[in-house]
Design a binder for this molecule. Structure first.
Ligand code: ZN
Length: 256
């Protein structure tokens, strides 16, 4: 069965600024949805201004991987929806957070830190994304680096917890570096933060960037994991004697 992806976009820059609409005539979500469909995925989109931001319980229940792009309206995303998304992630839905989505409520909630903290500069600098985990599934089929001719700079320190796996580190023309491809596990869900994607530049039209996002969707898609059993439980291997394992048994051994 095809992986079911929902691409969520704030969708404000493209509406308000003609120069950005020129880069993304169908919105950033439309561009991402198109290349994911080409990769054989079952793709839907959702945006901020839709009722419930397009993220009803039904939509989320039918989503394997949620992609998130937001920038100027993080605070307009309702806490109730954020909580709903968070619960679905713990229950196995994958989340891919792009670029300025680092400051979104959902990413900072899942990280538990001030993920909005970083350096930035909008000078259209060159960025080199170095693959730091060449055997990771997200790096499948890539070269050792991706060159982006013009990007917004993000610099360390970045307010994230130590990633479980670090797939990319960026270098920028002005000298800064940044952890640009970060994997996390939260409950049954997998989360990938991927830095590139400033709205002014045609980043999501680049084949290498599309390849990373396609790979990330495959990686973040839920697997059929063993049933989780928690709480008080019976032994799965028969205990030798009940006595040896009881507190009373320990006391009796002591007094012998
Ligand atoms: Zn940006």
């Amino acid at each position: 069965m095809a992986i079911r992806v929902t691409v969520w976009n704030e969708y404000l820059h493209e509406v308000q600024f003609p120069e950005i609409a020129e880069v993304y005539p169908k919105g950033i979500h439309g561009c991402i949805a198109d290349f994911l469909k080409e990769a054989g995925m079952d793709v839907k989109t959702a945006t901020l201004r839709e009722p419930e931001h397009g993220l009803t319980q039904e939509v989320l229940d039918n989503t394997d991987v949620l992609i998130w792009w937001g920038h100027m309206a993080h605070q307009e995303v309702s806490d109730e929806i954020v909580e709903r998304v968070a619960q679905r992630i713990l229950d196995g839905m994958g989340l891919i957070v792009l670029h300025s989505g680092h400051a979104s409520k959902i990413f900072s909630k899942m990280c538990g830190t001030n993920t909005w903290e970083l350096k930035w500069r909008e000078d259209g600098e060159k960025e080199i994304l170095w693959v730091t985990a060449p055997h990771h599934p997200i790096a499948d089929g890539l070269d050792e680096k991706i060159m982006i001719p013009h990007e917004e700079m993000y610099g360390e320190p970045f307010g994230i917890p130590q990633p479980d796996e670090l797939v990319f580190v960026s270098w920028f023309e002005g000298g800064e570096v940044f952890r640009s491809g970060c994997c996390y596990h939260r409950g049954k869900g997998k989360i990938f933060y991927f830095r590139p994607g400033h709205e002014v530049f045609p980043i999501y039209h680049m084949p290498e960037i599309q390849k990373v996002i396609v790979n990330a969707v495959h990686w973040a898609a839920p697997i059929k994991s063993p049933e989780k059993i928690v709480g008080n439980t019976q032994p799965v291997v028969e205990l030798k004697t009940q006595m040896e394992h009881s507190i009373q048994g320990l006391h009796e051994q002591k007094s012998l």
